[in-house]
Design a protein around this ligand. Structure first.
Ligand code: AMP
Ligand code: MG
Length: 403
């Protein structure tokens, strides 16, 4: 049984990031991984402009208050000033409008009194106040966004503002998914005694899509080694990573590991010290493809994906760091029990309280087969191996689930 952190390290080491790129536009960029550093051709702001509705002035004109200045023009956003401010002059100006030549300061309109073409300045202006100077935020030609960044809404805004309408991103990883088990049926089948729905197929597809990869679900496979081998080969032929669920315990119907060896893979691990989800087979093929044989229990399957597959897909996708799940410190209003020689990952809800994060388990059984109370949970609290229990109010580490 490999400790969780070691398993994560082995998995990350086995993954080589994708290198193929494609060009996308602003509308398709969200969530993608930028493949090269992007440089903008425009200073931001593009020109000196006003941060306020008010008056553009020369600070030297207002040594004391009040001072009256002559308003020589009005400059709305989008217009180009036509005059240069001379001594004793001001321009009416609006937020985002270009500063006229000669002006160095903005007085907000609340501190000015307008009468006809004259304005009385009521404050002692600080030179440069409320002026957004050209290039203050960004100088053209400097690195703007780094290669390997996942593009969020703010990054897309930056690319748009800097007139980078198209940019290279890494291609999305493809992830083949299939379930194994004689008992598995589709959600629309009439279930016979002993049969259950193959919910993992849908859970894993949603999980894969939630991290920006392309899911390729394959037909469900019965517990038949020949059919399983065929599907494994088909999956490997069409995806960068393969996820199968079921058939990785030590039961008589658990064929995955044997078949992986037959197909020439190197088995990197068989068991991880985690509950739920101990039987986790990870194998690497000579061509670099990585296969995850995940337990069939629906909770174990998702916990395994969140904890171990997610970092692998993130690294594969070209993201330069930040592959690991995010953890926070929290307390729980109840005692949380450990799992002996394994880290216990307990599902529940993390909420913000006056004193910090609080983690609460849902009601109902906490069996790894109980998919029902996993719904609507947002976090996994960790009781490390060897810790019998974490007492009410004691600090514990909680992993965020974002799917
Ligand atoms: P296994 O890992 O094949 O031994 O399966 C462990 C448990 O998970 C059994 O109770 C299975 O019926 C259940 N199970 C296996 N595969 C799935 C699946 N794809 N969807 C839902 N439950 C499953
Ligand atoms: Mg099975």
């Amino acid at each position: 049984m490999i400790p969780v952190n070691e398993a994560e390290a082995i998995i990350l080491k086995a993954i080589a990031p994708l290198t193929e790129t494609e060009i996308v536009g602003l509308g398709e960029g969200h969530g993608r991984i930028l493949a090269t550093e992007v440089t903008g051709k425009l200073d931001i702001p593009h020109w000196d402009n006003s941060a306020m509705d008010g008056y553009a002035i020369r600070a030297a004109d207002v040594p004391e208050q009040p001072v009256k200045l002559q308003v020589i023009e009005t400059i709305p956003a989008g217009e180009v000033p036509t005059q240069t401010l001379q001594a004793g002059q001001a321009a009416r100006i609006f937020t985002g409008a270009m500063l006229p030549e000669g002006a160095d300061t903005i007085v907000m309109q609340e501190n000015a009194e307008r009468e006809g073409d004259m304005v009385t300045i009521l404050e002692n202006p600080t030179r440069g106040k409320f002026v957004r100077s050209q290039g203050d935020y960004y100088r053209a030609g400097e690195p703007l966004l780094q290669a390997g960044m996942r593009l969020g809404a703010a990054d897309i805004a930056v690319l748009a503002a800097c007139q980078c309408p198209k940019f290279p991103v890494f291609r999305r990883p493809t992830v083949a998914i299939f379930s194994t088990g004689d008992e598995l049926r589709s959600p629309t089948d009439t279930l016979q005694p002993g049969q259950i729905v193959d919910s993992n197929r849908y859970a894993l597809t949603a999980f894969v899509e939630s991290i920006g990869a392309i899911a390729k679900p394959l037909p469900t496979v019965p517990d038949d080694p020949a059919k399983l081998k065929e599907t494994m080969q088909a999956a490997l032929a069409q995806a960068d990573i393969v996820l199968s669920t079921g058939g990785v315990s030590v039961g008589e119907y658990d064929f995955v590991e044997k078949l992986l060896e037959e197909l020439g893979a190197e088995i990197l691990m068989r068991k991880v010290a985690i509950r739920p989800g101990k039987p986790l087979t990870v194998a690497k093929f000579p061509d670099g493809k990585v296969y995850f044989g995940i337990p069939g229990n629906p909770v174990s399957a998702l916990v395994g994906c969140w904890r171990f597959v997610q970092p692998a897909i993130k690294k594969l996708s070209g993201q330069k760091d930040n592959w690991q799940p995010h953890f926070v410190w929290a307390t729980s209003p109840e005692t949380l029990k450990g799992a002996g020689t394994r880290d216990a990952y307990l599902w529940g809800n993390l909420t913000m309280t006056e004193t910090g994060y609080s983690f609460t388990r849902p009601s109902g059984g906490h069996s790894s087969a109980n998919l029902i109370n996993l719904a609507q949970t947002n976090a996994l609290a960790i009781v490390p191996k060897g810790v019998a229990e974490i007492q009410t109010g004691d600090r514990l580490r909680v992993m965020l689930i974002n799917s």
